[in-house]
Structure formats: structure tokens, C-alpha cells
Write a protein that binds this ligand. Structure first.
Ligand code: FVH
Length: 286
């Protein structure tokens, strides 16, 4: 079994360390605030006195702290121990931050894999938890077995920025969904309808709309947004205007959907009112 070191014992780092213990790995832990290691030490983990000791102890070094500034700082503190180590950084950040840290790790002789976790801490160790990983393919293959104990793995290739990019893109999809949920429940809430009651209508509606995604994806890929007699953008823009006006009339805020309406108006003004809604991507895409 690979000896694993976990650096960062917040909610997620603790769940990772705990799961490695469950799977029978020798686990060394380090956290800036040492007391957070106590429950893991009670279960058999070794407390490293300094972060460099944790790095030196692990065949696989997993980092999971708040942000890349913290990840960079703790790994700098362990600079002398990094040569030859496999470092898997599961901290949330941007592709540019991941690529910069990958270069710093390579300069110090570490084999660096970047990752994103699509799960909340209680899901770690279950098949529903998804880890997105990219970077040093040899390090990934060497530790695929240990990492797969945390959840499902998706390898995204040699660019260490890709795991972050996919992670943030998936989260963007999630926050779009949350924005719609909040707008909808605030609107019916203005008439004292409980969100939990409204879900009986909202959840199946969102599920039905999710069924349209393959068609929308095809339109985006083909850059062909013809509405084909379906739901044209000019009509949908009027619908969104009505949503926002109704919200105002009910004393509900409109900030979540205003950016969408403003893109719709621009696209209609540009002469694409007969297209379908995926055409909006032309106003924001690379
Ligand atoms: N928890 C979640 O639901 C999400 C799921 C998806 C992935 N995220 C990312 O995981 C990273 C860690 O998140 P977390 O949930 O463990 O966060 P906290 O419980 O707030 O713990 C933060 C840890 O970071 C340490 N830390 C912060 N700043 C520093 C620093 N300057 N130097 C060293 N360590 C630092 C902190 O240490 P301490 O406050 O206990 O001393 C915690 O160990 C994160 O990127 C999520 O986006 C989680």
C-alpha cells in the first residue's frame, strides 16, 4: 500500500485522509492548525511536525487547502523535500494558477498532478465522488490505485490546467442552476409558497429541460443556432422580460437573470432573433 501524506485538514482534507485510512494506507498528516489532526491521529495517522516531514513521508503527497496562495506557501516551506515526490494538489483554483504551480513543482523535481474534486466531503470514498485530474501522467498512473479509493477518476491529460478548467466549468453549470432555483423560489415565495412545496413542479420541469442539453450542445458545436420552428430568441427575450417585470411587481430582485436578458437583447438587436437561445454563446465565447 502506498504511504500517503495529506496536507491541509479542513473539511475536505480530513475526509481525504480519513478515507485513505479506511482503505488501509499508512497516512501522515499536516495542518497549519495542528489540533485538526487529532481525530485522524486517534485513528492511526501520523502527525508530521512540519510540512516538509509530511512531504518526505509520502510516496503520494495530497494537498488540499483553501487556495493556491496557501498551497504554494506550504509547498515552498517543504521545498527541500519535494525532489522525486508525486504531488497531487486538489485545491480549488484557476487553470493559470495550476500551470504556474506545476512549473514551480517541476523546478523542484516533483512530479505534479493537479485535480478538482466534484463532491462534498461526506461523498469522498463513494463512487458518486468524482476527481478530475491532469498533469504528470506517470505520477497519475503510479498512484491511480490509491486515488481511486477516493472516488471515480477522470484523467484529462498532460496540461495541468485542464483539471481546474473542467472543475470550474462544471461548477459554472451548477451555479447557473442554483441561480434559476433561487429566482423561481423567490418569485413564488412572494405569495408565501414554500420552496419545498414548489419543488414538486420545479424539479421535473428542470429535469425535462435538461433533456434538451444534447440538442443545445450540438448547436453550440456546429455554430448553427436555427430555431427550426421551435423557440426563437426574440420570443424568449419577451418571456424573460416578463419574468423580470413580474419579479419587480412582486417585490423580488432581478439581479440573477438581468445579464441573461441583456445578452438576449443584444443578440436580437444584432439580427439573430430568429435563432435559438444557444446563439447567445457567440457573445461570450473565446
Ligand atoms: N468542502 C467542499 O465542499 C468543497 C468540495 C470541492 C473541493 N473544495 C475545495 O477543497 C479545498 C479545501 O476545502 P475545505 O472544505 O477543506 O476548506 P476548509 O474546511 O475551509 O479548510 C481550509 C484548509 O486550508 C488551510 N489553509 C488556509 N489558508 C492556509 C494557509 N495560508 N496556509 C496553510 N494552510 C491554509 C486551512 O488550515 P487551518 O485554517 O485549519 O489552519 C484548512 O486546512 C478548497 O480549495 C475548496 O474549494 C471543497
Amino acid at each position: 500500500m502506498t504511504a500517503v501524506s495529506v496536507i491541509g485538514l479542513g473539511a475536505m482534507g480530513s475526509a481525504l485522509a480519513s478515507t485513505f485510512l479506511d482503505r488501509g494506507h499508512a497516512v501522515t498528516v499536516w495542518n497549519r492548525t495542528p489540533v485538526k489532526a487529532d481525530p485522524l491521529v486517534a485513528r492511526g495517522a501520523v502527525r508530521a511536525p512540519a510540512v516538509a516531514d509530511a512531504v518526505a513521508a509520502g510516496g503520494l503527497v495530497v494537498v488540499c487547502v483553501l487556495d493556491y496562495a496557501a498551497a504554494g506557501a506550504v509547498l515552498d516551506e517543504a521545498a527541500g523535500a519535494l525532489d522525486g515526490r508525486a504531488v497531487v494538489n486538489l485545491t480549488n483554483g484557476t487553470p493559470a494558477q495550476a500551470r504556474a504551480l506545476a512549473r514551480r513543482m517541476a523546478d523542484r523535481g516533483a512530479r505534479y498532478v493537479d485535480g478538482g474534486i466534484m463532491a462534498v466531503p461526506p461523498m469522498i470514498g463513494s463512487p458518486e465522488a468524482l476527481l478530475l485530474l491532469s498533469g504528470d501522467g506517470d505520477a497519475f498512473e503510479a498512484h491511480r490505485g490509491a486515488l481511486s479509493g477516493l472516488g471515480g477518476l477522470t484523467w484529462l491529460g498532460a496540461d495541468s490546467g485542464h483539471a481546474c478548467l473542467y472543475d470550474l466549468a462544471l461548477l459554472a453549470g451548477m451555479y447557473g442552476l442554483f441561480a434559476g432555483f433561487l429566482q423561481a423560489t423567490a418569485m413564488v415565495g412572494s405569495e408565501r409558497v414554500a420552496a419545498s412545496d414548489f419543488l414538486a413542479l420545479l424539479a421535473p420541469w428542470i429535469e425535462a429541460m435538461a433533456g434538451l442539453l444534447p440538442d443545445l450542445a450540438r448547436q453550440v458545436d456546429d455554430r448553427d443556432y436555427a430555431a427550426d420552428g421551435g423557440s426563437n430568441l426574440a420570443m424568449q427575450a419577451v418571456g424573460v422580460e416578463n419574468i423580470l417585470q413580474a419579479a419587480r411587481d412582486q417585490g423580488v430582485g432581478t439581479e440573477l437573470l438581468e445579464p441573461m436578458l441583456s445578452l438576449m437583447r443584444r443578440r436580437v438587436a444584432d439580427g439573430f432573433g430568429g435563432d435559438d437561445v444557444p446563439g447567445l454563446i457567440e457573445l461570450i465565447r473565446f
